[in-house]
Design a protein around this ligand. Structure first.
Ligand code: ZN
Length: 525
């Protein structure tokens, strides 16, 4: 008997083999369950067989890391494939996304959305180098599937890890961003309060606001607790990496939309097999549904065309600056709104203040990347100046501006045609405080108040401490005089891209002359 020993080992020594196998198996089970909790969960999942005709009726709980969104094993998704984003720009791009049978709208959405994300990163970062993205599935159950995208953005500053999670409803063919898991803006604001309590001490909690750009990766852990994750550098120092909060399911339950409750329930079920039965029925557009995290610069409760309402628009250019947070405090104190025409360099230096201004109801508008005289630039030069800032604001807030202000008020036909094409109205002013020249708070305050009238657009610069100091007095006095301080979009109503505006006398409600007799400004041109 000189045969190799291993083929004969099992028949000769069955008991030893079984014992060894059991020990190995037990070891594996222990290893697998140690970080993730009770063994019972894994047991019920691994011992389930195909004996039942309706296997889905015997649901097993999902398992996994309580600090993460539930992860679905791709092997359990029937017919799952992967696509790579086509890209022919200047960056090194490697972006992959899942392709599920019978989910063409999801494939189209991911292709379009990821391409837009790459373009926004490229446009917003002059030092952009590469963009990579991988994916995983979360909560694949009951007509829902979540796609969590992890991207690595590399620019001259280094590499940043970001997460975004999208939710697809297989029946309607709609894909939703993460804020749609909440009932509305109020509910998102409440979640925001709970999240601030749940993040580590190292997070800057005053930078956490209920806006779409922050709440773009939200889901549930296997227990159904809400998991919110923020990108590296978004709400804490970049070297902190991903910052996340887990909020107990009992606390968040009442704040969820119908979609959110369905997603939560799907996240708690272990997935043995997931398949989408057929293509979606009919994709409804869902335009009227609330979109939490997307704030309008227009307050529905203010009507500037009402003769009893005197509106004025405070506008601040070239920022944000060091005094902008104090200015925001003052505006909040008087429930006043302003419009910030931001410039690219300061946005890159202090994106958190831009996000705060947006979250507090102010309008964020475009004042170019490098503050050139646009009339000296080619069409592509004008476009590049504006596109960078559009992308920066979008990435920080989730909002794309409707308004721009040409530096020095200098505009021409090229600027008009590019802004028309980009959907941007050109906003000038009718009250110039000349605050850049006269760094004297009393002088600036006097000019602003002397010029103030219904429909006025007042020009200031929040990069000058004297202007921020003057603003305290201006805002207090305008409030005392009965003015409502509104955003430019509120003052002007609908604007025409490419058109130039210098003030906004509100249209009279009926035919005939304006009943309040204020006909000082007619410059809607
Ligand atoms: Zn300027």
């Amino acid at each position: 008997m000189k045969k190799p020993s291993h083929p004969t080992m099992a028949p000769d020594r069955p008991l030893v083999t079984v014992v060894i196998a059991m020990v190995v198996l037990l070891g594996l089970v222990l290893l697998a369950t140690r970080p993730s909790g009770p063994m019972a969960h894994l047991d019920s999942e691994t011992t389930s067989d195909e004996s039942g005709e309706d296997a889905s009726a015997r649901e097993v709980p999902a398992t996994g890391d309580p600090d993460e969104l539930t992860v679905v094993d791709p092997d359990h998704v029937v017919g799952l494939d992967e696509a790579e984003l086509a890209y022919d720009g200047d960056l090194d791009v490697a972006v992959r996304y899942p392709v599920l049978p019978n989910a063409q709208p999801l494939t189209d959405f991911l292709d379009r959305t990821l391409a837009a994300s790459v373009d926004a990163f490229d446009a917003a970062n002059p030092g952009a180098e590469s963009y990579e993205a991988e994916w995983e599935l979360t909560a694949a159950n009951d007509d829902l599937v979540g796609v969590r995208v992890t991207s690595l953005e590399t620019d001259s500053e280094g590499t940043r890890e970001c997460h975004t999670t999208y939710w697809y409803d297989t029946a309607s063919g709609q894909t939703f961003e993460s804020t749609r898991l909440f009932g509305g803006q109020e509910e998102l604001a409440e979640v925001n309060g709970l999240v601030k309590e749940g993040v580590p001490d190292t997070a800057y909690t005053d930078t956490i606001h209920p806006v779409a750009a922050l709440y773009d990766s939200v889901g549930f852990n296997p227990d159904g607790d809400l998991v919110v994750e923020f990108d590296a550098g978004q709400v804490a120092a970049p070297d902190e990496g991903r910052v996340h909060a887990v909020v107990d399911r009992e606390e968040t339950g009442p704040l969820l939309s119908d979609l959110g409750a369905r997603v939560r329930d799907a996240s708690t079920v272990g997935v043995r097999e997931f398949a989408i039965a057929g293509p979606p029925e009919a994709a409804k557009d869902g335009q009227d549904d609330p979109k939490p995290g997307h704030l309008s610069p227009v307050d529905e409760e203010v009507d500037c065309s009402d003769p009893g309402t005197k509106c004025v628009a405070l506008t601040y250019d070239d920022g944000p600056g060091g005094g902008t947070p104090a200015l925001l405090d003052t505006l909040a104190e008087y429930d006043a709104r302003a419009t910030f025409f931001v410039t690219g360099g300061p946005v890159m230096a202090d994106p958190l203040t831009v996000r705060r201004a947006y979250a507090e109801g102010h309008e964020i508008a475009n004042h170019t990347l490098g503050h050139p005289d646009l009339t000296g630039l080619s069409e592509s030069g004008v476009r590049a100046e504006l596109a960078t800032v559009q992308a920066q604001i979008y990435r920080e807030t989730g909002y794309t501006p409707d308004l721009m202000r040409p530096p020095y008020g200098a505009t021409d036909e090229t600027v008009a045609s590019v802004t028309a094409d980009m959907g941007l109205a050109q906003i000038l002013w009718n009250i110039d405080t000349n605050d850049w020249k006269d760094r004297d708070a009393a002088v600036v305050k006097g000019r602003a108040l002397n010029g103030a009238s219904d429909g006025a657009i007042i020009l200031m610069h929040d990069i000058h401490p004297t202007s921020v100091a003057a603003s305290r007095g201006i805002i207090r006095e305008l409030d005392a005089r009965g003015y409502t301080m509104v955003t430019v979009s509120q003052l002007l109503g609908a604007t025409e891209p490419g058109e130039t505006y210098v003030d906004g006398v509100p249209a009279p409600p009926e035919d005939g002359p304006s009943p309040d007799g204020d006909d000082g400004h007619h410059g809607d041109e």
